[in-house]
Structures are given as C-alpha cells and as structure tokens.
Design a protein around this ligand. Structure first.
Ligand code: ADP
Length: 236
C-alpha cells in the first residue's frame, strides 16, 4: 500500500487525561480515509497533530515518507470544525491573503479563486464581509480556502455540520471529485452514514484508542460481529 500520511503510535496527554493512546493510521494515496468515532474520541487531537498545531508526546507522523516539518503545512488543506475566518475582513481579500500564506503568488491565487467561485456560484459574495454571510455560506468560503492551493492532503473535520442537505451533498460531490483528481483526503465524523457515502478506508476511534481499521465493508462486517457500543450511528 502506498501511503501518503502515516501516523505511528501517536499519544497525547492533556494533564492527566489521555486524549490519544498510541494511535497509528496509514492513509493510502488517492483515497478518502474516514476517522470515525463519537464526540470526544480524540479525532480532532489527531488532526491537530497532523497539522502541527499540537505536538504529540510520543509517536511520529510522516508525509510522503518524510517526518512532518513546517513546510509541509503548504501540502495540507485543513477545514477545521470551528470556523477559522476573520469576520470583519472581506471575503475576496481574505481568500487571496490565505492562498498566499499557502504559497500561491497573487496572480495564481486570483486564478484559482475565480475557478472556485465560479464553480460553486458564489461570486456575489466576493465583496461581502464574512460576518454578513450565513454559517453555511461562510463554510463554503472555508471550503474554498481549504482546497484552492491544490494540496496533496485535504483534511475535513465534520465538514457538513453547518450545511443544509443540498449544500452538504454539493460539498460531498466536490470532495469525491477532488479524490478522483488525485487528492488524498482525511474525513472526520461521528456519522457512519457519511463515511459510507464517502470513504474508501476508515479507522474507528473510541476513547482515545483506535479499535478497528480497514476497508469500509470489512469494518462494517467486523462491527456487526462485535458488541461495541461506542455511540456511533451505524446502520445496516
Ligand atoms: P473528537 O474530535 O473525537 O470529538 P477531540 O480530539 O476534540 O475529540 O477531544 C478528545 C478529548 O480531549 C476531549 O475529551 C477533549 O475535551 C480533550 N481535549 C482536546 N483538546 C484539549 C486541550 N487542549 N486541553 C485539554 N483537553 C483537551
């Protein structure tokens, strides 16, 4: 298996609390990898470690075989669950500014922004401030900011939480298209239904531990054969 991202026995304590306990994942290139688990399981902690926002106490993470370094931030697009946009800045200014932080020059940033704003039909918001947009509209801007520098690895933490079903489906289709174009995706959620629609592989995280991982159908089979009660909505 050719993995883009490998996390090897990663652990993290906050005071006396163990948020991650020796968790390992290997994310195959060109796939959508689901981190599935109930709230509080440790998914965001792992994602923040991959994004170098939090340092692990133990364990290592590699991207394309290299230990994570500062410059890898440009290879990763991260859509956090909590919105990370400046409320009083105009949408267009902010999109161009954040794209340049991710390594695009201004001309390229404008070109990529035009592409995405036309694709999602959101050009009318360009001169608005984030605070004038609804939660779902701001989330679409966050999506554009996440993907527009064409990173190797895309990470979405509960990306559908602020969207109505129509827009959730639209973003889902965009994620599938990005995967088909070669991106590798980590998708974190507490909803089995979402991973079934999107993911090729999943890791089931529960109480700071990884308890299962593999291809989606295999996980469903193992899950059915066990008596886990981890608060994940698992149909079928
Ligand atoms: P998930 O994303 O699966 O919902 P998190 O990784 O956000 O889970 O959280 C796992 C646990 O770690 C939670 O109980 C949370 O309260 C705790 N936690 C996360 N970050 C911190 C922090 N900076 N300080 C203390 N506890 C934290």
């Amino acid at each position: 298996m050719n993995s883009l991202l490998v996390a090897d026995t990663v652990s993290k304590q906050f005071g006396n609390f163990t948020a991650l306990n020796g968790v390992s994942i290997a994310v195959p290139k060109g796939s959508i990898f689901g981190l599935l688990g109930p709230n509080g399981a440790g998914k965001t902690t792992l994602i923040r470690i991959i994004n170098q926002i939090t340092m692990p106490d133990v364990g290592s993470v590699t991207l394309d075989g290299e230990p994570l370094q500062q410059h890898h931030i440009r290879d990763i697009g991260y859509m956090p669950e909590e919105r990370g946009l400046y409320k009083s800045m105009k949408v267009g200014e902010q999109v161009l500014y954040l794209a340049q932080l991710k390594g695009l020059d201004k001309a390229e940033a404008k070109k990529r922004a035009k592409y995405w704003f036309e694709k999602l039909e959101i050009g009318a918001w360009w001169n608005k401030k984030i605070q004038e947009l609804s939660k779902g509209q701001a989330q679409k801007i966050q999506f554009v900011v996440t993907v527009m520098h064409n990173p190797k690895l895309l990470i979405f933490d509960e990306p559908f939480s602020g969207f109505d079903p129509i827009n959730a489906n639209l973003i889902k289709d965009e994620i599938l298209q990005l995967r088909d174009e070669g991106a590798t995706v980590i998708f974190s959620t507490h909803r089995m239904e979402s991973v079934e629609e999107l993911c090729d592989h999943i890791a089931l995280i529960h109480k700071s531990n990884k308890i299962l991982d593999g291809e989606i159908n295999e996980i469903k089979r193992q899950y059915r054969n066990n008596t886990f009660d981890i608060g994940v909505e698992m149909d079928a």
